[in-house]
Design a protein around this ligand. Structure first.
Ligand code: IP8
Length: 266
């Protein structure tokens, strides 16, 4: 399929950033506000910036997903688990939405089921049109990792996978992963210096945190390479450093890890 031109920047606000990841159901409002201000400033600086926002589950969705054994593979999950995970995500989503709108970031929810097919996760024509319509009126679409049920079972779709599904279907220039650390560390124990450009020679495995059902940094890096292969430049940046996030959104170089799409063979 021809990729429809959107020239989008996807910003994924990681669950480790917007929640206190090791404390169940604990939002990090300070981080949400810093991100909101950075996005607002970047939009003022560059009126042509076309954003799509996604956020992760952190200690909301992952907490219940791990309690009820929901994984990224379709399977049986107790009905209470499905409800708890979904409700936790809606509750976190509502908090981030309010913080962003209060920070003058005009955004509008688009749940994964509104633009992705089940179970393959491609962007539908209706979904692509919805995204275009929101962008045309200056509204930033915002989605989130979620729990999905179909006749194949129930599974977790991560925000990172949503970014990949979008980039495989429409023209996504950049994907920025805003995290709670400065980028990808040279050392898998998250010590030492930050890798400025990640390529097939310096891949690292990363670590996994408490309650993380979608794989932590290791699978984020793997998705980063897939994104680069389909033509998107990928950045891992510290979202707690508002100025850094704002500058990166505005197209400047900052301390971060970059996967350069043209350096990754498809
Ligand atoms: O934090 C997972 O999204 P992620 C969402 O982007 C749920 O991996 C429901 C756990």
């Amino acid at each position: 399929m021809m990729k429809k031109k959107h020239g989008l920047t996807i910003l994924k606000l990681g669950g480790s950033l917007i929640t206190n990841k090791d404390r169940p159901l604990s939002p990090n409002f300070k981080a949400m506000r810093i991100a909101g201000r950075a996005i607002c400033d970047a939009l003022v600086e560059n009126r042509k910036l076309k954003l799509f926002l996604i956020h992760g589950g952190g200690s909301f969705g992952h907490y219940y997903a791990s309690m009820f054994h929901a994984t990224t593979t379709p399977g049986r999950v107790a009905s209470e688990g499905v409800s708890r995970v979904a409700q936790a995500m809606i509750s976190l989503h509502s908090m981030i939405l309010k913080e962003l709108i209060d920070a003058d970031v005009p955004c509008r929810t688009i749940a994964p089921g509104e633009f992705l097919t089940n179970p393959k996760g491609r962007v539908t024509r209706v979904g692509s049109n919805k995204i275009s319509a929101l962008l045309d009126i200056g509204c930033i679409p915002i989605s989130f990792g979620d729990i999905v049920t179909s006749n194949r079972g129930t599974w977790i779709v991560s925000g990172d996978q949503i970014a990949l599904s979008l980039a495989e279907s429409i023209d996504v220039e950049r994907v920025i992963f805003a995290m709670d650390v400065d980028g990808i560390f040279e050392d898998s124990k998250m010590k030492g210096s930050i890798i400025s450009e990640l390529n097939s020679r310096n891949q690292t495995l990363g670590t996994k945190r408490k309650f993380d059902v979608t794989g932590g940094i290791g699978s984020k890096i793997a998705i980063g390479f897939k994104l680069a292969k389909v033509g998107s430049d990928v950045y891992f940046v510290n979202g707690k450093k508002g100025e850094r996030l704002q500058k990166l959104l505005s197209g400047n170089r900052v301390l971060s890890t970059h996967i350069v799409s043209k350096n990754i063979s498809s």
